[in-house]
Design a binder for this molecule. Structure first.
Ligand code: ADA
Length: 554
């Protein structure tokens, strides 16, 4: 399933995943492993390959009807090279963002698509590094083949706003002419009413068409309690009025503002009772099917959660579709966790981190559930060089989407230098876990310092707090790693944060136990991050009842 709604009526689009592909894993002795595997999927879920790091190729067939072929990959982990009939058509780095590649006009008939994926570590990979979550190998999100004429719509962005009590939308469509001949025709935007503009593109030109301040007839507000979605579609017609391409999008009329130390959603203060969530599941790795995503969301809702922090990378857009539909607020961030200054000085870091921001905002800015953009979780915001990176990336976010606040989750106790650059200040804290200190005390000292360190007057979020517990480890000693200890630590942490004046809310670290890279074995029993309130199979730990009671205010 590509999305939770249909995105084309005119453009021919066919999903190539949810079926078997031929996989080949190269072996040094020349005896390559070949088998048929269902995609999307992770190689680490295939018996015998649980710890595999390296390369794999995936091949399938598709039928062309004579138009231009576009291959859309929603996610390949983590580096991809794509070939059609043996010819390379392009590549992509980063598991967590979609990309589309042009394969040109193909003769009608059957053609072969091959995707080479690599999850190895190297200097060329600045974001995927050994870390506190796994970098899997595979075609981990859907793949589609699309067929178009020369002219196609690249994207349609819809940014809502409110003026004098009425909703409006700033819409933008990017149209590309891939052919050499000029194109004359029109583009329409339908959203209750039809808007139409004449367009003229020279050969190989890309054109941005803007519709600022469009009124929305029959406007229905999107709210977490009543998440009403609005459909919009762009269509391109040739000079004879024949449709040549279309793109259907979905968005929500809601406004996020930062005012008086609060985050306001449609004018009302946001109170976050959230969970950090990795895309990780023992059965599927990061290639989670929609049903497993929906199960996670139902569990989070049942625990009293109203928000998910998508750690530490852009999420599958079908997860965001579900959040749009169920009114779950999402903090989404670019892909970077815990990078030191030395890692940030890798020449690949800036281009890769910035590309991830561009792709995340380009692909996800229509989702009303995303109320904030984050960057660089726990990176080197305590150094001069780190500050330059934070400043550049926060500026880039604003240039791409000024309608949402920007933030980053810091852990630089008494050392952070970047709070003044963000719209919302956020801190990851572990008193009662890494630091043996009463939570209230810790929080008071933290907030007093944050205000002096550039956070005065800004909304304040705790973006992580929690403690580890090994599922099934019950103990009368209530020592660390026992379910009893986790329950008591979370009770103190959540009570302190939710009762703390000036704090807009909390994200529990974390929703479910997740797999971590082998390099982290020494600090992570089972080579898992065990701070989930449910284990990796989503079985509840003792903490669940307490968390539910506190988050639901019972
Ligand atoms: C950090 C980090 C998380 C996770 C957590 C932990 O705050 O942002 O990714 O590693 O700590 O479990 O220690």
């Amino acid at each position: 399933m590509l999305r939770l709604f249909r995105t084309h009526q005119v453009r021919r689009e066919e999903e190539l995943t949810e079926q078997l592909w031929e996989m080949r894993i190269p072996r040094e002795n020349g005896e390559d492993v070949r088998m048929r595997v269902l995609l999307p999927g992770c190689v680490q879920n295939i018996p015998g390959f649980e710890n595999y790091r390296g390369r794999a190729s995936f091949e399938t067939e598709f039928t062309a009807r004579g138009g231009r072929i576009r291959i859309v990959c929603k996610g390949v982990s983590h580096t991809a090279q794509v070939y059609v009939d043996g010819q390379e058509i392009g590549g992509h780095y980063n598991a967590y963002t979609p990309f589309a590649l042009q394969a040109g006009r193909l003769t009608p008939g059957i053609h072969r698509l091959r995707i080479d994926a690599d999850n190895g570590w190297s200097d060329r990979s600045a974001l995927h590094v050994p870390n506190d979550y796994e970098s899997y190998l595979g075609v981990t999100r859907p793949v589609a083949v699309e067929e178009t004429g020369d002219v196609l719509i690249e994207y349609l962005h819809l940014i809502p706003g409110k003026r004098d009590g009425s909703w409006f939308v700033d819409a933008e469509t990017v149209i590309r002419n891939l052919g050499e001949d000029p194109f004359r025709g029109s583009v329409t935007l339908s959203m209750g009413e039809n808007h139409r503009k004449e367009i003229h593109l020279a050969g190989e030109e890309t054109l941005t068409v803007r519709w600022p301040g469009l009124a929305v007839p029959g406007a229905q507000e999107w709210n977490p309690e009543d998440p009403r979605l609005t459909m919009a579609s762009a269509e391109v017609y040739d000079a004879d009025g024949r449709p040549v391409d279309d793109l259907i999008e979905r968005f929500g009329l809601r406004q996020v503002e930062v005012r008086g130390g609060e985050i306001l959603l449609n004018g009302r203060p946001v109170r976050i009772r959230g969970f950090c969530r990795h895309e990780d599941d023992p059965q599927f790795g990061c290639a989670m099917p929609v049903s497993a995503m929906a199960r996670d969301l139902a569990l989070i809702r049942d625990l009293g959660g109203n928000s998910v922090r998508a750690v530490h990378y852009p999420n599958d857009e079908r997860f965001l579709d579900l959040c749009d539909e169920t009114g779950m607020l999402v903090w989404e961030e670019n892909h970077a966790r815990g990078l030191s200054e030395e890692q940030m000085r890798n020449p690949c870091f800036e281009p890769q981190a910035e590309e991830c921001i561009r792709e995340m905002i380009r692909e996800h800015c229509n989702h009303p559930c995303v109320y904030i953009w984050g960057i660089l979780n726990e990176c080197a915001g305590d150094t001069e060089y780190g500050r330059e990176c934070y400043a550049r990336q926060l500026e880039l976010v604003r240039s791409l989407d000024a309608s949402r606040p920007r933030s980053f989750a810091s852990c630089q106790w008494m050392k952070e230098r970047c709070f003044d650059l963000a719209d919302v200040v956020a801190f990851n804290m572990y008193p009662r876990w890494y630091i043996d200190r009463p939570v209230r005390d810790y929080l008071e000292e933290l907030y007093a310092w944050i205000r002096k360190a550039g956070g005065e007057g800004k909304p304040f979020l705790i973006t992580e707090t929690g403690a580890g517990a090994l599922y099934g480890f019950r103990s009368p000693r209530h020592e660390k790693w026992s379910e009893e200890y986790q329950r008591e630590a979370l009770e103190e942490q959540l009570t302190a944060v939710l009762g703390f004046e000036g704090c807009s809310g909390v994200y529990i670290w974390q929703f479910a136990d997740c797999r971590v890279c082998g390099e982290w074995f020494a600090v992570r029993p089972r080579t898992m991050n065990n701070k989930g309130v449910v284990d990796e199979y989503r079985r509840p730990k003792l903490a669940c009842e307490t968390v539910r009671r506190i988050l639901k205010g019972e």
